[in-house]
Design a binder for this molecule. Structure first.
Ligand SMILES: CC(C)(COP(=O)(O)OP(=O)(O)OC[C@H]1O[C@@H](n2cnc3c(N)ncnc32)[C@H](O)[C@@H]1OP(=O)(O)O)[C@@H](O)C(=O)NCCC(=O)NCCS
Length: 151
């Protein structure tokens, strides 16, 4: 099986939108993803391809020395295969190289799989954003970004 993490490209969009719509009650639109693909040195937009198909993606923004994770999802049939971890590892590695030392994100408090994934990277809840989602509060989580050790 061939797997690689690449920059998100417009041709990934149909698969991304299908994953997005089946993963979230309030999915991002095509235009939101297109906006994120603008190269401005602040946006990071990655896709994990498995045998040429989109298996997952992650998007976020660099704000000075802080990184904010905006979106991450893995196609349902490939969840719990380590893809979410690989995407998060790669995006944190890239933003560390850009000078980011802290990372933040919002997550539905009921989203156990995501919260567990984030905890394995050292993210801890720091606040609750009331009614951030249509019908639910968001947990704000934050982590220090540490350099990834290579073997
Ligand atoms: C959250 C999500 C991206 C995780 O991706 P994934 O590829 O399934 O996660 P991984 O296989 O890399 O898991 C890494 C670790 O996260 C934790 N984790 C992931 N899914 C979990 C689950 N269902 N229950 C408990 N822990 C879980 C575990 O610690 C896991 O390590 P382990 O498998 O060695 O125990 C995926 O579930 C998803 O796409 N969910 C829908 C979209 C979403 O909610 N995104 C987050 C928005 S804030």
């Amino acid at each position: 099986m061939s797997e690689r993490i690449v920059k998100m490209r417009p041709e990934h969009l149909p698969e991304i939108l299908s994953i997005e719509r089946s993963s979230f009650p309030d999915p991002w639109s095509e235009n939101m993803f297109r906006e994120e693909m603008k190269e401005d040195g602040r946006r990071i937009f990655l896709v994990l391809e498995s045998d040429g198909k989109v298996a997952g993606y992650a998007v976020g923004w660099v704000v000075l020395d802080e990184f904010h994770l905006g979106n991450i999802a893995v196609v349902a049939e490939k969840r719990r295969s380590g893809y979410g971890r690989r995407l998060l590892e790669e995006i944190l590695k890239q933003v560390y190289q850009l000078g980011c030392r802290m990372a933040s994100l919002e997550v539905r408090s009921s989203n156990e799989s995501a919260v567990e994934l984030y905890k394995t990277f050292g993210f801890r809840p720091i606040a609750i954003r009331k009614k951030y989602y249509q019908n639910e509060d968001a947990l704000v989580m934050m982590s220090e970004i540490v350099p990834v050790k290579s073997c």
